[in-house]
Write a protein that binds this ligand. Structure first.
Ligand code: FAD
Ligand code: NAD
Length: 466
């Protein structure tokens, strides 16, 4: 056996696909996975397909190695290096039925044990099942499950701040990366046509990153690296005028690290000329400027208008609509605002056969790749041993945290559970960061490509093209 892959048939069907056409009736239970990120793909990798019919549904036909996403906009790594097609994981599952639908789940119908899926493009259905009924653009279908594993992640939170959605750019998915690059390049080109001292030139060369969590810090650091290591070589006077602002509402950046490391990180950012605004919250975004309010005392705030050319919004995430809709329907979810409440076996509270892992679940851990990966491994092992709900509870083992700061400096707090193994910041930590990130990449193709990108950097410039 093997995975056959075929695309949507071009023939127009007038009939909606029926439920039965999507059920493989071979006596095995159907496990349906939602999402092709850290949770969904890690679960797919580990589930024993000889014991279950496995179906993965995700609008994104690739896995994204998010830890290196901040390196992509400036071309430190290539976008294609950090994504891996779902089919590359699916073809390794040769012992049973594995299907993939490139579609979005829009509703979990838990009383009926089905998921409604909708395609926004022609759907790729990759699988062994004989049913080649393809779902076409704007079609929807119902997929039946015996067990559902929800791993749809979360979406950027704008906190309802006016103007963010229209004018800000997020860094969450791979397609966000070329958008940021294009905007920055266009601003450089336009600024270059203006006289030095022109306020419009200054605005175009201003980048504002909102959110001093790891996404914001790493992105600001990578952008500054591009300016210092490359732009300075061919447009030196313009490069000197580029100003990156990093705006954080709390009194510290990277608040998941101990204070010694956060102080070090702040020092590095300031040395590399990134302007740090602490205790400062952005309250409104307009087309070319934003309003930031800094807390100067318990009772007083100072308002500042910052004109910007590029705005990157990295203030964390909130649940996706499919998850918040489900939460509203289940009393045991108690209107949870952070995601699906799960029990110690990662089962969604109030439901019988629905599990949640990764960023869409609230199990008490930070929303990280590390957690999503471990939850997926745990749950797939429990499924493989057919010990669902009777297995030992999930236990998270914290391996610490790492963050790149720019200028070949990183901070790391490496642990094994509660045991500290390494804490440090600087160039050595940067190399440790690189080695550990390489080891975390979940495919050899991607690992090879990232290594080549880093090797290439030693000899050539970054690929910084529109
Ligand atoms: P995701 O990986 O986001 O995957 C969600 C999947 O669900 C996607 O495939 C998506 O297309 C799909 N989906 C969305 N909606 C639907 C739907 N309606 N139906 C079906 N599928 C759907 N964590 C770390 O531990 N270390 C790091 O260094 C790190 N760096 C990061 C850097 C960046 C820039 C970002 C944004 C995050 C980083 N994280 C890091 C956090 C980490 O990426 C997340 O915690 C992790 O991706 C969560 O995994 P997940 O499977 O829950 O969600
Ligand atoms: P985050 O939630 O960690 O940080 C967002 C920051 O934005 C917070 O510090 C918050 O105070 C600030 N903020 C919110 N609203 C603001 C406003 N209006 N104005 C100014 N500041 C505002 O978000 P993230 O950095 O995207 O990280 C999301 C998750 O992914 C976290 O769990 C993180 O640990 C993980 N992650 C890890 C790494 C890493 O380990 N290197 C990298 C990226 C992301």
């Amino acid at each position: 056996s093997g995975i056959s892959s075929f695309k949507t048939s071009a023939k127009k069907t007038t009939q909606q696909p029926t439920l039965s056409s999507y059920v493989t009736d071979n006596g095995k239970k159907n496990v349906v996975i939602l999402g092709s990120g850290w949770g969904g793909i890690s679960f797919l990798q580990h589930i024993d397909e000889s014991k279950y019919n496995v179906t993965l549904i995700s609008p994104r036909p690739h896995f994204l190695f998010t830890p290196l996403l901040p390196s992509a906009p400036v071309g430190t790594v290539d976008e294609k290096s950090i994504i891996e097609p779902v089919v590359n994981f699916a073809v390794k599952k040769t012992k049973g039925n594995v299907s993939y639908y490139e579609a979005q789940a829009t509703k979990i119908n838990y009383p009926e044990n089905t998921v409604t899926i909708k395609s926004f493009s022609n759907v790729n259905h990759l699988g062994l099942s004989k049913n080649s009924d393809a779902i076409k653009k704007n079609d929807s279908a119902e997929i039946k499950y015996d067990y559902l594993v929800s791993a749809v992640g979360a979406e950027p939170n704008t906190f309802g701040i006016p103007g963010v959605q229209e004018h800000g750019m997020f860094l969450k998915e791979i397609e966000d990366s070329p958008k940021i690059r294009k905007q920055f390049i266009e601003n450089i080109e336009r600024a270059n046509l203006l006289q030095k001292g022109d306020p419009e030139r200054k605005r175009l060369l201003t980048i504002v990153v909102v959110g001093g969590g790891p996404t914001g810090v790493e992105t600001a650091g990578e952008l500054q690296d591009y300016v210092d290591q490359e732009l300075k070589k061919f447009l030196p006077s313009l490069a000197e005028e580029v100003q990156i602002h990093l705006i954080e509402a709390l009194p510290v950046i990277l608040n998941m690290f101990e204070s010694k490391l956060t102080s070090y990180a702040q020092k590095v950012l300031e040395q590399t000329s990134i302007k740090l605004h602490l205790k400062t919250a952005v309250s409104k975004v307009e087309d070319k400027q934003l309003i930031a309010k800094t807390k100067v005392s318990d009772t007083e705030t100072k308002e500042e208008i910052i004109p910007y050319g590029t705005l990157i919004w990295a203030t964390g995430n909130k649940p996706r609509a499919i998850i918040s809709d489900l939460i509203k329907e289940i009393p045991e979810q108690a209107n949870s605002r952070r995601g699906l409440l799960v029990d110690e076996h990662l089962k969604v509270k109030g439901l019988n056969n629905v599990y949640a892992i990764g960023d869409n679940a609230v199990a008490g851990f930070a929303p990280t790749a590390q957690v999503a990966h471990q939850e997926a491994e745990y749950l797939s092992k429990v499924f493989n041993k057919q010990q669902i709900d009777t297995a030992k509870p999930f236990k998270y083992l914290h391996y610490g945290a790492l963050a790149y700061l720019g200028a070949e400096k990183a901070i790391a707090n490496i642990t094994y559970g509660k045991k500290q193994l390494y804490t440090g910041g600087g160039l050595l930590t940067f190399y440790i960061w690189r080695v550990l990130y390489l080891s975390m990449i979940i495919s050899w193709r991607s690992r090879f490509k990232v290594m080549s990108d880093w090797f290439k950097l030693a000899f050539f410039k970054r690929d910084f093209f529109k």
